[in-house]
Structure formats: C-alpha cells, structure tokens
Design a protein around this ligand. Structure first.
Ligand code: GTB
Length: 218
C-alpha cells in the first residue's frame, strides 16, 4: 500500500527543502518506499479535515491504510522500524541510533528554531542584537559538542541511520547562517547527507512542487 504524506502546496522556504516533509520524503527514499503527496494550502491545513489527521494543523502527516501519524520524528521512526536500512539490527546499536534521533529533535533543533524566530519575528525589538548573539552562542555550544563527538567519523554511530537523517535535516537549517562552516567536520557531515542519492531524489521532488506552484501563478 502506497502511503500518503502531506506537504505545503507552496512552501515558504521556496523549495530549499527546509520544511519538515523533506525529512519524511528522504526517509521514504532511503527505504525505497514509493509514496503519494497531498499538497495543502495554509488555509486547508487549519480545516477540520486536516486537523483530524494533525491536531495542530501542520504538515507533514503520514497515512498508511488506517494508520495516521503526525510529527516528522515519529514518522521517520515508524519508517525505520518497518523497513530495513535506517536502524541497525543489533538492539544496542538500534537504541543508540534512536537516541540520536531524539538528540537531533530535542537537543540540537530547539536553539536552531530560536534563531529562525529571532531573525523572522524579532528584528524590530530593542533587544534584537543581544538576543541574536545569545541564540547564536547557544547554537555554537551544541554544534561544538556535536562536532567534538563526530570527530573524523562519517556518521554519528557507525553506519548511516535515522539519527543521521534527522541530525543532517536539522543542521541544514543553519547552513545559510554561516554557523555550520565554523565546524568543518559538521559542514562535511551535512554535505555527505546531501550527497546521498535518496536525499537528492527527495530534494528534487519537493523542489518540483515549488516550481510547479510558481509556474501556476504566472
Ligand atoms: N514538530 C513538528 C514535526 O516535526 O512534524 C513540527 C511541524 C511543523 O512545524 N510544520 C510546519 C507547519 O506546518 C512546516 S515545517 N507550519 C504551518 C503552521 O504551523 O501553520 C516548518 C518550516 C516552515 C517554514 C520553513 N522555511 O520557510 O524555511 C522551514 C520550516
């Protein structure tokens, strides 16, 4: 059965692959699962029909027969548990990979989200510069710690896993800030993720959606 995911019909990231359907698309590509996409406007996301799938009226969602999931991390975990390729077979290694999934979403992503908030919503505040510096320092702290742990390894714990998929997805959101380049091994780690064929297919598919929306407007 082909699962269905939801995504923005016109992503505010203009096809840069930063919206959270991208990590689900990437996981689907990694495990070789074909899927359909239902595109939604911001208004449609808040309609009862979509809220029945997603209590917070957001994307992405994932439908597979009667199963409905929301939260990109939960969707990636479900895919990793149901298909080979994103979690190791060994129980301890599997548990460690899942720790990295949580670390990406709960420890590394929050200060990165704070940066988006500062940059897009708080520029007009009198305390903008101080807050920006604090948030950048909070990100540097996490990136420094992650960089130290990664060292010269290709991936966080042995073979590429769903932990890497989520960590790379999260780090991609600071790529344009320049902060990632302060940690060359992390920049290379993200580049390795982006070079994976599954990532490239997922990226091309979400970009095609944005380009089609642009073409439809002209
Ligand atoms: N914790 C949830 C998850 O991981 O699935 C968060 C889901 C979420 O934030 N979804 C966003 C959404 O639906 C889209 S990805 N927003 C609409 C709404 O809340 O009304 C977040 C996002 C948006 C825009 C950019 N961008 O422009 O670069 C990047 C990421």
């Amino acid at each position: 059965m082909k699962p269905i995911i939801t995504a923005f019909e016109r992503s505010p990231d203009r096809g840069r692959g930063l919206a959270r359907d991208m990590r689900v698309r990437w996981a689907l590509e990694e495990v070789g699962q074909r899927y359909d996409v239902r595109l939604l406007s911001f208004a449609a996301m808040k309609e009862p029909a979509h809220r029945a799938l997603h209590p917070f009226g957001q994307i992405p969602t994932y439908e597979e027969g009667d199963l409905v999931l929301f939260e990109s991390g939960a969707i990636v975990l479900h895919l990793a548990e149901c298909h080979a390729g994103l979690l190791p077979d060994d129980a301890a290694a599997r548990a460690r990979a899942i720790s990295w999934m949580f670390a990406a979403l709960n420890t590394v992503e929050p200060p990165i989200l704070d940066l988006q908030t500062v940059l897009f919503l708080e520029r007009d505040k009198s305390w903008y510069e101080q807050r920006l510096a604090m948030v950048k320092d909070a990100i540097r702290k996490r990136l420094g710690e992650l960089s130290h742990r990664l060292g010269d390894a290709d991936w966080l714990d042995g073979a590429f896993s769903a932990g890497d998929l989520l960590m790379v997805s999260v780090l991609l959101r600071v790529k344009t800030s320049g902060l990632l380049d302060e940690y060359p091994n992390l920049a290379a780690y993200v580049a390795r993720g982006e070079a994976r064929p599954a990532y490239r297919r997922a990226f091309a598919d979400q970009l095609a959606v944005f380009n089609a929306a642009l073409a439809g407007e002209s």
